[in-house]
Design a binder for this molecule. Structure first.
Ligand code: CA
Ligand code: CA
Ligand code: CA
Ligand code: ZN
Length: 548
């Protein structure tokens, strides 16, 4: 693994000494950029968002160090975690590009205390479990744990035109002005290197070590579950892995910590809730359409009537003008897939006066699929339903009621058992597939495949720390037991890392009074933003004051 990367590193060494004492994880940054570039870029810069650097390079280093401090304040390790960092040209085009890439630089197998035999572990985690540096290497680079590249082309016209890095430490990037939050990106990338990634190739099913006679699954695979075969990924053959990797919605994380914390982080899933006929009362998954208005609980609710057309064949397929327009007008029309385009069916429902349309699948046992196509004249919202739903609805008489509503039991981004979905696009994206949470998660998570403007990694790592606990990380803080609820110490039930910045106040202050005023100011900000409750603020304030 590491040998394939070696050639990229020829530059001068610059290491920042550690900032975080023993019981929290200590990170060491190794800056591998050459003079005058990347982390050493001398271009003058104005301090921004709590970042006091006066050159671009300094600001990069300060933001980078803050991310290391934040993860260091959550994860426990007696072995320093060495991170190689560099700015370089990464794949980028005007409208799409790679912001950064990171991963484990060394991996470990069957080390002392390994929770799972014959499973690969990221070296930072393996070292923390073993309590020793399992591979010191020939030098600090060879023996390092994590490697991270950042795209140095961001800010040029050819790379994500109009975008620039934001180096503030306050998660306050102006996304409307094209700013991309470096701290959010690096908190995300560091997570990959700390354990939030598998080592299996989803395109071939080959596990790590296949090429050097040590083919083994990894600890991430041991927590990845396929709902179709009912198998964990570390129990699958290569062909099974290839098939599972593209089963959008079916791959989930089964680690207990993530599942336990998910209801505190994820919002409710919106489903098609049917209230009539009695035989169909319940909640159903639906698919969305690429045409018409976006279906929402506000615009998609009311009586439902099956659309009927004249002629032969399936008279419920909506392919010619509906003959029961009087019954459909002002209601949601239900039609079935087949014979003509989805947009034609939606247009015929719209012309009959429908306020929305449900297009049920017609394939045997078919699920609610995505509805493709384009027709700007379709303005009503359209959703899909399963084959069975359409058949049953028409068989029951073709009259009912319902609409989109927040589920009382299901979470947005989790399966029916409450296990959080992993990203499994129908076309494999190597390095991205499975090694992220699914984009279906809402609100957006730090470890979804795309960095989104609402993320605030300076104070909130949502479900990331829980996943680390599932793979064997111990989470501990100098503010042990300051956490509220059932979260890890210092990480509350919704994953906010409020204790991390308080900890930074403590180590950055001249005396205890200054530390307390720093943490009070920070807690007030969190309270004002609605991130913590008054009660949490109170317990944290006394915790900080106790000098723990
Ligand atoms: Ca090492
Ligand atoms: Ca992979
Ligand atoms: Ca999302
Ligand atoms: Zn990622």
């Amino acid at each position: 693994m590491k040998n394939s990367f070696k050639a990229l590193f020829a530059a001068a060494l610059f290491s920042l000494a550690a900032f975080v004492p023993a019981q929290a994880a200590e990170f060491v940054l190794v800056n591998t950029d050459p003079d005058g570039a990347g982390f050493n870029d001398p271009t003058p810069a104005t301090p921004v968002g709590g970042n006091t650097g006066t050159t671009v390079g300094q600001q990069r280093l300060i933001a980078y160090s803050r991310a290391l401090q934040l993860w260091g304040s959550i994860l426990k390790s007696d072995v320093p975690i060495v991170v190689l960092g560099s700015f370089s040209s990464l794949s980028c085009a005007p409208t799409t590009g790679v912001l950064a890439q990171a991963g484990a630089w060394n991996v470990e197998l069957n080390f002392p205390g390994a929770p799972l035999a014959n499973h690969w572990y990221h070296s930072a985690l393996a070292n923390s479990i073993a309590g020793t540096d399992l591979y010191p290497g020939t030098d600090i680079i060879d023996g390092a744990d994590i490697i991270a590249f950042f795209n140095s082309d961001l800010g040029t016209a050819a790379c994500l035109t109009g975008s620039t890095w934001y180096y503030g430490l306050d998660s306050n990037a102006n996304s409307a002005a094209g700013q991309i939050d470096f701290l959010n990106v690096f908190m995300h990338e560091l997570s990959h290197g700390l354990g939030f990634s598998n080592f299996v190739n989803e395109a071939t099913g080959a596990v790590l070590g296949s090429t050097f006679g040590m083919p083994h699954p990894d600890v991430y695979m041991a927590n990845t579950f396929d709902n179709v075969t009912g198998k964990l990924w570390n129990q699958m053959t290569a062909p099974e892995i290839v098939a599972a990797a593209v089963r959008n919605g079916q791959e989930v994380w089964v680690g207990a910590k993530v599942t336990a914390r998910a209801p505190s982080v994820l919002g409710p899933l919106v489903l098609l809730k049917v209230t009539a006929p009695a035989s169909l009362v319940g909640e159903y998954e639906f698919g969305t359409a690429s045409f018409g208005a976006v279906a929402t609980p506000a615009n998609f609710s009311g009586p439902i009537v099956a659309g009927v057309r004249a002629g032969t064949g399936n008279v419920n397929d909506g392919c010619t003008p509906l003959t029961n327009a009087a019954a459909v007008a002002g209601k949601i029309a239900l039609v079935q897939r087949g014979t003509c385009a989805f947009t034609v069916k939606a247009k015929n429902a719209q012309d009959a006066g429908a306020i929305g349309v449900i297009i049920a699948n017609n394939a045997a046992g078919g699920a609610a699929i995505g509805l493709g196509g384009s027709d700007p004249t379709v303005t009503i919202p359209a959703i899909s339903a399963s084959t069975q739903f359409g058949v049953d609805f028409i068989a029951s008489g073709g009259v009912g009621a319902g609409g989109l509503a927040a589920s009382a039991t299901r979470l947005a981004g989790a399966d029916a058992a409450g296990r959080v979905r992993l990203y499994a696009p129908t076309t494999v994206a190597l390095g991205s597939s499975i090694s992220h949470y699914d984009t279906a998660a809402s609100p957006n998570l730090l470890m979804e495949p795309a960095i989104t403007p609402t993320l605030e990694a300076s104070v909130n790592v949502d479900l990331t720390a829980a996943l680390f606990e599932d793979i064997g990380w111990k989470t501990e803080l100098s503010l042990a037991n300051c956490g509220a609820g059932s979260g890890a110490p210092g990480v509350d039930v919704t994953g906010e890392i409020y204790a991390g910045p308080i900890y930074l106040c403590a180590i950055g202050a001249k005396n205890k009074g200054a530390a307390q005023s720093c943490s009070t100011q920070y807690l007030n900000t969190l309270k004002k933003a609605g991130i913590i409750s008054g009660a949490t603020k109170g317990s944290l304030t006394s915790c900080a004051a106790s000098g723990q």
